[in-house]
Ligand binder design. Structure first.
Ligand code: MN
Length: 136
């Protein structure tokens, strides 16, 4: 690849096709490149050849769940440095705590907020989203 989008590359681990489409649309509009994975196995396959700048991790996945996958990635020196942002439908404090305990660097609740998601991820990446207009 000759160049990456200014916002960086985000691996989206999400088994729900509608959520995946929406998330990709929001992030690509904000200047990110995205890669999809529907399962933990697909994510691991992607990570063999690609090192994303951030991983957006649905917690509820068929088979190996997102917290288990996060623990695995954080224990592997090849992937431990990649920020992982958990996505869960249950916006409860204990879920955020469980996500942090598994090694997640951030936490977003579903349904996603299409107006603020790109900005929240940009803050986690330490760089502004390139075309975000919703700064509040
Ligand atoms: Mn899911």
């Amino acid at each position: 690849m000759s160049s990456e989008a200014p916002g960086g590359l985000i691996l989206i681990v999400e088994d729900n096709p509608t959520n995946l489409l929406l998330t990709r649309a929001v992030l690509e509009r904000a200047g990110y490149s995205t890669l999809p994975a529907a399962t933990a196995a697909e994510a691991l396959e992607q990570l063999r050849t690609t090192k994303p700048d951030l991983i957006l991790m649905d917690i509820q996945l068929p088979g190996q769940d997102g917290l288990s996958l996060t623990r695995q990635l954080k224990s592997d020196p090849a992937t431990a440095h990649i920020p992982v942002v958990a996505l869960t439908a249950h916006a409860m404090d204990e879920d955020a705590e469980r996500a942090r305990a598994a090694g997640c660097d951030g936490f977003l609740s579903k349904p996603i907020n299409t107006r603020t998601m790109a900005v929240e991820l940009a803050n986690l990446l330490g760089a502004p989203a390139t075309r975000s207009k919703e700064a509040s």
